[in-house]
Design a protein around this ligand. Structure first.
Ligand SMILES: [Mn+2]
Length: 139
């Protein structure tokens, strides 16, 4: 199991590969606001655990295992953003909140949150009912 920090790296590498087609040490450093030397160190660690394949001077790619996990991590991040938005969390808090909680929920909890998001999306009136309660709370 990857640690929270490893998860952040795998998630960013997956995103970079899927938006730019490749991930370089500098891109990852920029995305995670860390020093490139930290990225190199982490890439070596991820290589040891078979999440990436690191080739000196040629960069690195996600392995099949890394890609599979990266996809789940991005899904989890996006789902939690959708969930917080749905329950009415202010836009400016959403990204930071998700970054703060995403590593600390079980996949069981993630699946149940996915059910709840699906429940709300299935019928728009459910969201409206929630908004009504929230308006009453504010008065
Ligand atoms: Mn994230």
């Amino acid at each position: 199991m990857p640690t929270p920090t490893m998860e952040d790296y795998i998630e960013q590498i997956y995103l970079l590969i899927h938006t730019k087609g490749y991930a370089r040490v500098t891109d990852v450093a920029e995305a995670l606001l860390v020093h490139p030397s930290s990225v190199t160190k982490m890439i070596q660690k991820l290589d040891k655990e078979s999440f990436v394949k690191y080739e000196k001077y040629r960069g690195f790619i996600l392995t099949e295992k890394g890609t599979k996990i990266g996809k789940r991590l991005v899904f989890r991040h996006d789902l939690l953003e959708e969930f917080l938005k749905l329950i009415g969390v202010d836009e400016e808090n959403i990204y930071e909140d998700v970054e703060g909680i995403e590593h600390h929920l079980s996949w069981n909890a993630i699946d149940r949150i996915a059910d709840l998001v699906a429940y709300f999306k299935e019928d728009e009136s459910r969201i409206e009912a929630l908004r009504k309660i929230q308006e009453q709370e504010r008065d």
